[in-house]
Write a protein that binds this ligand. Sequence first.
Ligand code: CDP
Length: 243
Amino acid sequence: MSRPIEGPEAGGGARRQLKIAVDGPASSGKGTVARLVARQLDYLWIDTGALYRAVALTARRRGVAWSSSEEVASLAEGLRVEWVRERGEEPKLLVNGEDLSLAVRAEEIGAGASIVAAIPRVRSALLGVQRHLAARGGVVMDGRDIGTVVLPDAELKVYLDASLDERARRRWLQFPSRNYDAVRLDIAERDDRDRTRVVAPLCAAADALRLDTTDLPIEEAVTIIVGWARERGSGSVGTSGEG
Ligand code: CDP
């Protein structure tokens, strides 16, 4: 894994630059919420699931089974991952120079990501990249273990959740050609893998603030989290972001 490239908008400014961790299960809303919170605070949004997805996608392309721990781990350790953010654009994930931002979102790659994410050497290979990206603050990082393992020193930790039925409904709306029950089963299996793995399982940090988004519109979740960030000093000096 190589150092990520930080775009021109990352960090900077006179404001207090917090590290904000957003964790939660699949389709709890964390990706959307984290992206919008980052936009409002003019922070860098880092979707750590995309890194695990990139490992799963690369393994698939090279014909390596997701369950082949040693081979997948070696592959992960050899990947050159860069996270690039140009002014006014969403961050892009470059893997060995190729933009994989869209390709990693395929539904079956999410399942592969949760299999390779249970391999301890894969997690170690990605840990340094994530910490390096967050080092200067001014980041909203979403994932499963951000508040517990990657950024235990984050000034704000949020744990988002929602009922399984609601999360399955959201995921099915993204992939409506699939059968709803199959989507629900996939999510339940993935949650179970993520919660029960030995290394860095999905769980809320003891000091995380919890938000249930089952009946909470995304904009309200964003407003609440931006409020928590401001209470901790983000944006108290200098100009505000877009929002
Ligand atoms: O967006 P979605 O909720 O479908 O998943 P994601 O955030 O893209 O993450 C895909 C998979 O990567 C998860 O099911 C986890 O197994 C793994 N992951 C992880 O283990 N640790 C993280 N910090 C982020 C993702």
